[in-house]
Design a protein around this ligand. Structure first.
Ligand SMILES: [Zn+2]
Length: 63
């Protein structure tokens, strides 16, 4: 099952959504996911501030 199914507390910065989910060890991860279908970028971070920073600096590869 994709981790995104556990998304909650979603916020949005530009095209990027940030939500938390738990990995299989029960550790809360902060995931940043680009909502642009043509981009598909996503990454997990251990802190929300890191995920927010990544969302702010994300540049879609789509032109
Ligand atoms: Zn993107």
């Amino acid at each position: 099952m994709p981790a995104h199914d556990f998304f909650h507390s979603v916020m949005r910065i530009g095209p990027v959504q940030i939500g938390t989910h738990r990995d299989r060890h029960g550790t809360t991860k902060h995931a940043a996911v680009c909502s642009n279908d043509n981009c598909g970028w996503s990454a997990d971070y251990t802190t929300r501030s890191a995920a927010q920073l990544a969302a702010r600096t994300h540049r879609c590869c789509v032109r």
